[in-house]
Each structure stands twice: as C-alpha cells, then as structure tokens.
Design a protein around this ligand. Structure first.
Ligand SMILES: *[C@@H]1O[C@H](CO)[C@@H](O)[C@H](O)[C@H]1NC(C)=O
Ligand SMILES: *[C@@H]1O[C@H](CO)[C@@H](O)[C@H](O)[C@H]1NC(C)=O
Ligand SMILES: *[C@@H]1O[C@H](CO)[C@@H](O)[C@H](O)[C@H]1NC(C)=O
Length: 339
C-alpha cells in the first residue's frame, strides 16, 4: 500500500515537471515577442548588457506571475486580473522603495483624530466624483516617492472645485520643494497631514500649470501669482472606520488615504475588484485618493485614484474591496481638507 502511494506520487511529480517543460518551451518565442513589444511600448532603454539581462529576468518573473494569476482568475479564483505595465521590470522591493513614499510615522496621529461629526445626508448606494468633475486627470509620479503630494492635492482639488466651480490641477512639485520644514521629505516621502499643514502655513498652493511636475527635489519656487488652492484646516477620520469614510466620501468629496501597496498583485493590478485577504491593513505605505465607491456583482468596492499613470490598473484607478475588515488599510489613515 505504501509502495503504491509512493510510486503514484513520483509519477505525478514527473508528469507535472514534464508539463511545465512543454509549456515553457512552447511559449518562449511568444514571451520574447511580448518582451520586445512591451519594451517598445514603454520606451525602455537600458544602460548596458548587465542591466538589460537583469531587467529582462525581473520582467519574465512578473510576466509568469501575471500568466499564472490570470489563469486562476479565469477559473474563478480571483476577482481581478493582473497585467504588464511600465513598472513590470522592477521588483516589488524596488517599487516599494522608490514609489511608495507614505511615511508610516504618520500612524502617531491615528490615536488623535480630529474628525467632527458632520450632518450627513442619506448615504447613496454608489458615488463617483469623476462624473461631477471633482477629479483631475490621472498623473504619473514617476521615479519619485511623492504619492503623499498627489493624494493630498487630489483631495484639495475636489474641495476647490466644489467651492469655485472650476477644477484646477494643483502642484505636487510645490509641495515636494517647499514643505520640508513642515516635516516632508520630497521625493523620499511625506505625510498627507503635513502637506495640508504646508498649504495652511503658506496660505496657498500653486497650480500644476504654473509650477509643473519635475519628478525630483528642487528649490522652492512658490509664487502667489500661481496660487490656485488653499485650505484652512484638515480632518483625520477615525482609524479603520469604513462606515465613516463612506459617509465622508459621499457628503464631502474625494478623501486622501493611504494603503498597503506592497504586494506584487497591487503593482501588477490590471482590473477588477482587488480583494487580497493577505493585504495587511497595518502595513500602509502608499498614499492614494478615494473618489467614490460602489458595488460590482454583489461585492462592494472603493473607487481609488492612483498616481502611477493611466497604463496601470483601470485607466489609473483601482477598485478595492470595501467592508472587508479595512482591507489594505484603506480607512487606516483618511484625511480631508476644509477650505
Ligand atoms: C528575441 O527577439 C529579438 C528581436 O526579435 C531577437 O533579436 C532575439 O534573438 C530573440 N531572443 C530569443 C531568446 O529568442
Ligand atoms: C550598468 O547599468 C546600471 C544601471 O544604470 C549601473 O548601475 C551599472 O553600474 C552599469 N554596469 C556597468 C558594468 O556599466
Ligand atoms: C493630539 O492633539 C493635540 C492637540 O492638537 C496635540 O497637541 C498632540 O500633540 C496630539 N497628540 C498626538 C499623539 O498626535
């Protein structure tokens, strides 16, 4: 009996190995073509042969992850798909180091929120502030940990639009260059709350048009001539409270939040409802913007704007599972400014 089990196991292993070998052999030409196309599409040029080989190896690993995940998704095991995007020649560690500049020390504030009960209107089933023109086009932070500046300015843009009737993209570069004395670190990261602290102290922030994005730390060049936004205060929502976040999104507008964006599945997210139970709400590292919420096939989601360009996710957005115990920490650190 024991012998039989053993040999059956061996046969099974042999079969699996053989199958993998066949699959890999048959698809290597196709993978090469995909690599060439991907490189062209995203204008990838590498400095030397060593760099090229390394990037190709990283890309191949991500490619295999995408193929495997999407096969499982087709079999109904996942509610979202993965895809190649401009980040696909970087390891998860590199992306987390370079792009995810939300400072975790901000968690200090979690015990000291300043949220005040609003007189909420009845909360609708779904909200999408894009349709009301409160959301500016998706941006690309590039190789700079400035997510905190994009996220905070996204929330302020929404409030400015509500007040003035005009949607004016605000300048993350202004914050990168000018808010170090408020405790931010430019491309090395920053805090949503300290972004608003700067705007309050400075009594304004410039428009993107006046003070364009450069993807690197620079000298502060704020000028009142380019001023397009201001705020007088900001409020931190109760930690991990998705119900309150929903009420605020519905009645106030887009809210700046931070999430756990550490997993490869987040980096390679293509579309669908991102629902990864292992997305720990305590490991938040990336600031984004909640611009609405809704329901898809009976599953609730948050509609979230990222700053990794439109080639990532659903035209730059991600739908993140809602009311799943604060998945990815979506409600761990939510902030909105008041004018
Ligand atoms: C991949 O494709 C490129 C361009 O078509 C070709 O030069 C190269 O030899 C191919 N490499 C492999 C391993 O097939
Ligand atoms: C190849 O390029 C990489 C990335 O630019 C660089 O870090 C590395 O030093 C270069 N290696 C050689 C041998 O030039
Ligand atoms: C809590 O808020 C008070 C008043 O604004 C402030 O003085 C204090 O430093 C805050 N505590 C923490 C832990 O952030």
């Amino acid at each position: 009996m024991k012998m039989l089990d053993y040999s059956a196991g061996r046969l099974h292993v042999f079969f699996v190995v053989l199958l993998q070998f066949v699959v890999v052999t048959h698809s290597s030409a196709a993978i090469n073509t995909t690599w060439e196309e991907w490189k062209m599409k995203h204008s990838k040029v590498y400095d030397n042969e060593t760099e090229f080989s390394y990037r190709r190896a990283v890309w191949t690993k991500n490619m295999n992850l995408v193929l495997k995940h999407n096969q499982e998704a087709a079999a109904g095991k996942h509610s979202f798909t993965l895809g190649l995007n401009p980040l696909s020649d970087m390891t998860a560690e590199e992306i987390n180091q370079k792009l995810n500049g939300f400072k975790v020390e901000e968690a200090v504030h979690l015990r000291n929120y300043t949220f005040k009960e609003l007189h909420f209107l009845p909360v609708p089933q779904s909200v999408d502030w894009r349709t009301d023109g409160l959301v500016s086009p998706v941006r690309n932070q590039g190789s700079c940990g400035s997510c905190w500046a994009f996220s905070s300015m996204g929330a302020l843009e929404g409030q400015m639009k509500r007040r003035t009737g005009v949607l004016v993209p605000l300048s993350p570069q202004n914050l990168i260059d000018c808010s170090t004395t408020d405790g931010n670190y430019g491309c090395r990261g920053g805090f949503i709350s300290k972004a608003f602290s700067y705007v309050i102290r400075n009594t304004g922030v410039d428009s993107e048009r006046f003070y364009p994005y450069e993807q690197k730390n620079g000298k502060c060049r704020y000028s009142v001539k380019g001023k397009a936004g201001s705020c007088s205060d900001f409020h931190i929502l109760p930690h991990g409270d998705e119900k309150t976040l929903q009420a605020v999104v519905a009645s106030v507008g887009p809210v700046a939040v931070a999430v756990n964006a550490m997993l490869s599945s987040f980096h390679l997210y293509r579309g669908g409802l991102y629902n990864v139970p292992s997305c720990n709400p305590r490991l938040i590292n990336h600031a984004v913007l909640v611009v609405g919420y809704g329901t898809d096939a009976g599953q609730e989601y948050w509609l979230v704007k990222n700053s990794w360009g439109t080639a990532w996710g659903e035209e730059g957005f991600i739908r993140l599972a809602k009311n799943k115990n604060n998945l990815c920490g979506i409600a761990s650190f939510a902030v909105y400014p008041t004018l």
